[in-house]
Design a protein around this ligand. Structure first.
Ligand code: AHR
Length: 311
């Protein structure tokens, strides 16, 4: 046995065709679908056998999947944790079985020595970028913002909220008047936006901040059905940069998005391959880029370039 995730070189593990379990959250958003597609493609390209488990948005299913992968003796586990808490025990089991775990796109509250590395964006920064963009747009004007949060207890919901609040801090003319979860889905984004519009009488809302594009796309529909112009009467800023939001931006119905790459698997496999080969221990956090796109960035061309990428 060897000390998992030690800083010194470890015994070499299988050189090729490793078996990797992927405990995915579900398919709640276009971004999630793209992450699944890219992960399958990366595994295939590199000759690894990927065992895929869809948890249907339930942590208990993800824990079961991780336990199954451990029992099967996989060479590594990719875990996109639906919520941030409640992972200590199963991560400890993986560690005791000497199976490295790589977290994808979301983070956990567990101790860092329970996983090999985490690949993801700076989630708080994404929210801050969205908030700062809104500050630029509204200037001194009074602006009531409604917020569609992601899945309750998930790291992107917690951090994107905190980041946006930091981005608008000190600008007392901008206030979040309503904030509720839309669970990262288009359907719930629409439903919750309908309730926001009813509650506000449809007149007071100046901007929508959605923690992902899918909820924004659902909300855009609700805004149109309420007889308002999304992108003009109500500014729309969200996160992910999926093709559909670029289509909405091209139509003038959305204003800005912060990109989250769906390619978490590339850096994850790079780290795992170096670890398998010669025990190289990666940094605990491998950060992906977060770029702001607005209507000035030729959204139609971006839509065309992204539409066949598995979103
Ligand atoms: O964890 C990343 C988030 O999860 C994406 O922003 C969202 O679309 C997905 O469901």
């Amino acid at each position: 046995a060897y000390a998992l995730f030690a800083t010194t070189a470890l015994a070499a593990l299988p050189a090729a065709a490793e078996t990797v379990g992927f405990a995915q959250i579900g398919s709640e958003s276009g971004w999630r679908a793209a992450e699944t597609t890219v992960t399958r493609q990366e595994a295939e390209k590199r000759g690894h056998d990927l065992k895929f488990a869809d948890a249907q948005q339930k942590q208990e299913n993800q824990i079961k999947a991780v336990k199954t992968f451990i029992a099967q003796g996989v060479d590594a586990i990719l875990l996109a944790p639906v919520v941030a808490t409640g992972w200590d025990q199963v991560l400890q089991e993986a560690k005791e079985a000497e199976i490295p775990v790589v977290l994808l796109d979301r983070q956990v509250d567990s101790s860092e020595d329970l996983y090999l590395t985490a690949v993801g964006s700076d989630l708080e920064h994404e929210g801050r970028v969205a908030g700062e963009w809104l500050v630029q747009q509204v200037g001194d004007k009074t602006c009531n913002v409604v917020e569609l949060q992601g899945t309750t207890g998930s790291s992107p919901a917690i951090k994107r909220k905190a980041g946006f609040e930091a981005g608008i801090a000190g600008h007392d003319n901008i206030k979040i008047t309503r904030s509720q979860t839309g669970d990262f889905t288009r359907t719930k984004g629409k439903e919750v936006m309908e309730s926001f519009l009813k509650a506000e009488g449809g007149t007071e809302i100046c901007a929508l901040y959605a923690h992902n594009d899918d909820m924004a796309v659902g909300a855009i529909q609700a805004i149109k059905e309420a007889g308002k112009k999304p992108g003009t009467d109500i500014l729309v800023v969200s996160i992910d940069a999926v093709p559909d939001i670029f289509q909405a931006m091209a139509a003038g119905e959305a204003n800005a998005t912060v990109e989250l790459t769906p390619n978490m698997a590339g850096p994850a496999f790079d780290a795992l391959e170096a670890y398998w080969k010669n025990g190289t221990v990666p940094p605990k956090f491998i950060q992906t880029e977060s770029k702001l796109y607005t209507q000035a960035d030729d959204p139609q061309a971006i839509y065309e370039s992204k539409k066949n990428l598995g979103y």
